[in-house]
Write a protein that binds this ligand. Structure first.
Ligand code: GDP
Length: 365
């Protein structure tokens, strides 16, 4: 499964947020593996479409899809020098598919800030610099080798060298690789370089409880948004302390609590959804009387591969997929009604699965 790693300087609210994640995920007792690694928190992906399908189909069982967050501890400053814990920090980041970078955007004199004052841009730069330096080191190593092969007019090496030439100056300026626009061919090469700063990033601006309702007016948040826009990263605003409280409430208490705060949905839901989107993930559904279920897929895959997420036999023996978009299912109210209205499509092996598809796979055993 794809995972997003939570990083940030000390005392910015990482543990508070991760606690909220594990508490919210605790009710998912049907995922026993959740308890194996204490640094991994598994959450259900909130999706109104699943709720709506369940309302229409009234199945015996409703199964949401899940998403994993990894808590990345360890020292940050000097990590790229490759000593002990710092090394581990970078190795852990290398293993995640996206980065949730928690940034302190709350003032609180009682909580020490590692560099003495609250300064989100400076904090972000501290972490990003370590990642940039680590990338620069791997690029430089690779550069010498590839340049040598490129001299023999090897086409592949020449193409890669051109990409490295594009990346190097950006890193030398202290900027992340994700800020660079690549075409499709270049993107493939970049992917193979396994760089830290090419991973998608979501900045999580952690604001004080007094600011949740009007967070966009907070100067710190504006600064983070501006920086994120310049490097193709995303931003969400949360208050980690409140999220930890919300995670402990019952469903009906939650709504009242949110209303009192003047917010419409838990920040955790925003975090889950944004991370999911950041990784290019989508959801398709299966809906029958036994079970209505959400399944995560990587956007762009074709129907047989999507079927294989359920079971490898479905992929191997794939014939076709009877498909209704969620929108049509919702509008017509049932599979039967949607079918009668001509809204059920019989899709073949080249069909690219769309977010929100309700699918029934036909296959040979
Ligand atoms: P970490 O070192 O990044 O894991 O930070 P922690 O989650 O341990 O938080 C450090 C301190 O900041 C703790 O005392 C938290 O209670 C506090 N804290 C975290 N989030 C918030 C917040 O949104 N508002 C305020 N006022 N304090 C927070």
């Amino acid at each position: 499964a794809l995972t997003a790693g939570i990083v940030g300087l000390p005392n910015v609210g990482k543990s508070t947020l991760f606690n909220a994640i594990t508490k919210a995920g605790a009710e998912a007792a049907n995922y026993p593996f959740a308890t194996i690694d204490p640094n991994v928190g598994i959450v259900e992906v909130p999706d109104y479409r699943l709720d709506r399908l369940a309302e229409l189909v009234e199945p015996k069982k409703i199964v949401p899809t899940t998403f994993e967050f990894t808590d990345i501890a360890g020292i940050v400053k000097g990590a790229s020098k490759g000593e002990g814990l710092g090394n581990k920090f970078l190795a852990n980041i290398r293993e995640v598919d996206a980065i949730c970078h928690v940034v302190r955007c709350f003032d609180d004199d009682n909580i020490t800030h590692v560099s003495g004052k609250v300064d989100p841009l400076d904090d972000i730069e501290t972490i990003n610099l370590e990642l940039v330096l680590a990338d620069l080191e791997s690029i430089n190593k690779r550069y010498a080798r590839v340049a040598k092969i490129a001299k023999t007019k090897d086409q592949e090496a020449m193409t890669e060298l051109a990409v490295l030439d594009k990346i190097k100056p950006t890193l030398e300026e202290g900027r992340p690789v994700r800020a660079i626009a690549f075409d499709e061919e270049e993107q493939k090469i970049v992917k193979g370089l396994f760089l830290l700063t090419s991973k998608p990033v979501l900045y999580v601006a952690n604001v004080s409880e007094d600011n949740v309702a009007d967070a966009e007016d907070v100067e710190y948040v504006k600064q983070v948004r501006e920086l994120a826009a310049s490097e193709q990263a995303e931003v969400i605003v949360i208050c980690a302390e409140i999220e930890e409280e919300i995670a402990e409430l019952e469903e009906d208490e939650k709504e009242m609590f949110l209303e009192d705060l003047g917010i419409t949905e838990p920040g955790l839901d925003k975090l889950i959804r944004s991370s999911y989107n950041l990784l290019g993930l989508g959801t398709y559904f299966t809906a029958g009387p036994q079970e209505v279920r959400a399944w995560t897929f990587k956007k762009g895959i074709k129907a047989p591969e999507a079927a294989g997420i359920i079971h490898s036999d479905f992929e191997r023996g794939f014939i076709r997929a009877e498909t209704i978009s969620f929108k049509d299912f919702d509008q017509y109210g049932s599979e039967k009604a949607a079918k009668e209205a001509g809204k059920m499509r019989s899709e073949g092996k080249d069909y690219i699965v769309q977010d929100g598809d309700v699918m029934l796979f036909r296959f040979n055993v």
